[in-house]
Design a protein around this ligand. Structure first.
Ligand code: AMP
Length: 641
């Protein structure tokens, strides 16, 4: 629902809805009734007929469902509320909404019935009894004719999207159903437009109806800049990491499609050092509120959420909304991005779109009547610059906020007693503060990226222009012209082949496979640790352990192909740097939890560890003896111990 439609001075608690329904509404995350709800709910609770001119997105479903559900007698199993909808999708959607709203009303059943679904199933469900039936006109009529659906006990009838039912040729069916229903039933008719035929139905069947007209305000706020990135060349996780690293941001809401994805992505972002948490419907309301408070107070920066739980969320410091998964429909997009740009601030919205989801991008642009600009992912140079800037800022912040007398004194003494300059001392202190991980990303990767062809913004411009049709191919929008197209194509035409495992020097005949390990530079893992763990746990002679590449979040290792299942099981659980190896076949592309080393994900950065070096570096082999001895000794020790 658009923001303006949400504003009303009435609270749900003012509306006289039964407690069980209010509870469900709260659980849906609705904070305030929308204008149509504020007007329709009291009228329908009173038993009045209603003529509502409102579109999807205004909250009309709850506007009729909440009061009409409240009037249902759960002890009577006969259909009491019938909702007619033009399409099967809408019928299902409305039925699901009703199920949610009725979830604390004991004994109230909601049943969707629509064409295409087996009659047997519907019959069974109808026989079991459903007080609320949501259906398409044709199928409802069929059941009525077969006497499998009786409207004798009907209290209320809703015609949802009446103009659509007219457009789809159902108006006669609708009239027939109306005529078969008891004369004293209540009617609510909703229609986005009011064509003459719909008006005539209303005039004929509605008695002294309340009229409600809600203007459709789907346009998005002008203070939100909107960009999209086509998912190509990088994994979404890498892309979002780049964006989060280099864009100035405060609170960020990341939208994903499923509950599981919220937790998964929040974990991955936390592992990458971002203060993030998940928000989904499985989290009890009280905890959800705590999480939102943490975001509000700046204790949390990133919230990974589903559409449902983030509805109506009002946190001023949200600077960015990232649509990690595309929304189901344009309305959801509008809801999502409305979470930023609050209280007159400006906001940024970013949409990740897979090539096959491009139609959604066009639909959103059409619905919001606003262009969404293509964006390039921040380069490694951009990221390095922001890392350096942040580091400098933190030094300045420390100078401004901390008492440094003790350390100043210490540095003065150090300088007096040695030949070093204060810059050198400061540099050494910065080096120590940074710890083992490098502050900036690899220069070589930077150079490779400069040569690479991963520009995402230049994707399929021709397609996009075609899709837009009515806009007549305005090339100047990105100012990129065909340059971008050519760059993109060169990437698409020449996919980087998956890397094959390198043959062993000593045993080139042994077929090898490349495996991925869930530990990387970030876990401070060294090749020697990996050799040690594999040799130890799998009792594999190290001469059979091939090339190892360490990346930021994971590593790869070449091992003999077709290792026994049990060995793989052992290796999956084996721990290095306190983390399970989680060994899995490496498919040559960066896996979902791939690292963020800055290269294109399908070009692993090579940090090869030659077998010679490894022989020296492996634990337990200080004398430089063959690793077979080492592995053997280790396994013997273990057996003894
Ligand atoms: P509708 O117009 O019925 O299709 O509703 C549009 C969307 O707004 C649905 O996803 C509803 O769940 C949501 N919605 C309905 N009422 C409210 C409310 N009072 N506050 C926040 N969201 C709502």
């Amino acid at each position: 629902m658009s923001e303006n439609n949400l504003k009303s001075d009435i609270a749900f608690s003012d509306l006289n809805l039964p407690e069980a329904i209010q509870k469900a509404v709260t659980e849906q995350g609705y904070e305030q009734p929308s204008p149509i709800q504020a007007e329709a709910i009291p009228a329908l609770l009173e038993g009045r007929d209603l003529l509502g001119q409102a579109q999807t997105g205004t909250g009309k479903t709850a506007a009729f469902a909440l009061p009409l559900l409240a009037n249902i007698d759960p002890n009577n199993r006969a259909p009491q509320l019938l909702i007619l909808a033009p399409t099967r999708e809408l019928a299902i959607q409305v039925a699901e909404a009703c199920q949610q709203y009725a979830k604390h009303l004991k004994g109230v059943n909601v049943l969707p019935i629509y064409g295409g679904q087996s009659y047997t199933i519907q019959l069974k469900q109808l026989n079991r009894g459903a007080q609320v039936v949501v259906g398409t006109p044709g199928r409802v009529m069929d059941h009525m004719r077969r006497k499998t659906l009786s409207l004798n006990g009907l209290k209320a009838l809703v015609l949802d999207e009446a103009d659509e039912m007219l457009r789809m040729g159902f108006i006669d069916d609708v009239k027939w159903v109306l005529e078969q229903s008891p004369p004293d039933r209540q009617i609510a008719l909703f229609s986005a437009t009011m064509p003459r035929e719909v008006k005539r139905v209303a005039d004929q069947h509605l008695q002294d109806p309340v009229h409600i007209k809600i203007a459709n305000k789907t346009a998005t706020a002008a203070n939100i800049s909107q960009r999209y990135w086509i998912v190509r060349g990088f994994h979404k996780l890498d892309a979002i990491t780049r964006i989060l690293e280099s864009e100035e941001s405060e609170g960020v809401i990341v939208f994903v499609r499923t509950k599981n994805a919220t937790a998964e992505l929040a974990d991955k972002l936390s592992a990458r050092g971002f203060r993030s948490d998940a928000l989904n419907g499985d989290i009890p309301q009280a905890n959800r509120e705590k999480i939102i408070d943490r975001l509000r107070n700046g204790k949390l920066d990133i919230l990974v959420a589903t559409d449902v739980v983030a509805r109506g969320l009002d946190v001023e410091r949200i600077s960015h909304v990232i649509n990690y998964d595309v929304p189901h429909d344009t309305e959801s997009y509008i809801h999502r991005i409305g979470r930023t740009g609050r209280a007159g601030r400006s906001g940024k919205a970013i949409l990740f779109v897979a090539p096959r989801e491009k139609r959604m991008l066009f639909s959103i642009e059409r619905a919001t009547k606003q262009p969404i600009e293509p964006m390039d992912l921040p380069s490694i140079a951009d990221i390095n610059k922001s890392r350096v800037d942040r580091f400098k800022d933190s030094i300045l912040a420390t100078i401004n906020t901390e008492n440094l007398d003790f350390f100043s004194q210490m540095i003065t003494e150090l300088q007096q007693g040695s030949e070093v300059s204060s810059e050198q001392i400061a540099a050494a202190a910065a080096f120590m503060a940074q710890g083992e991980t490098s502050l900036v990303l690899d220069e070589a990767a930077m150079a490779r990226e400069a040569k690479s062809t991963h520009s995402s913004a230049g994707f399929d411009r021709s397609d996009k222009e075609r899709g837009r049709g009515d806009r007549g191919g305005r090339n100047e929008r990105s100012g990129r012209g065909d340059r971008g197209e050519r760059r993109e194509r060169s990437y698409v035409d020449k996919p980087v082949p998956n890397k094959q495992a390198t043959p062993l020097k000593e045993h080139p005949d042994v077929p090898m496979q490349r495996f991925r390990l869930d530990v990387g530079r970030r876990n401070q893992v060294k090749p020697g640790n990996i050799v040690g763990a594999i040799a130890n746990e799998a009792e594999l002679e190290s001469k059979y352990i091939g090339e190892i590449e360490i990346r930021d979040d994971y590593s790869t290792v070449d091992l003999p192909a077709d290792m026994p299942k049990e060995v793989m099981g052992i290796l999956r659980r084996a721990r290095v740097a306190g983390r399970p190896l989680e060994i899995s076949l490496f498919d040559g592309t960066a896996p979902a939890s791939s690292d963020f080393s800055g290269e294109r994900s399908d070009e692993p950065k090579k940090k090869s560890y030659s077998s010679k070096k490894r022989d020296r570096g492996a634990p337990g082999d200080k004398a430089g003896k063959g690793k077979s001895d080492y592995a053997q000794r280790k396994s013997n020790e273990r057996r003894k111990g």
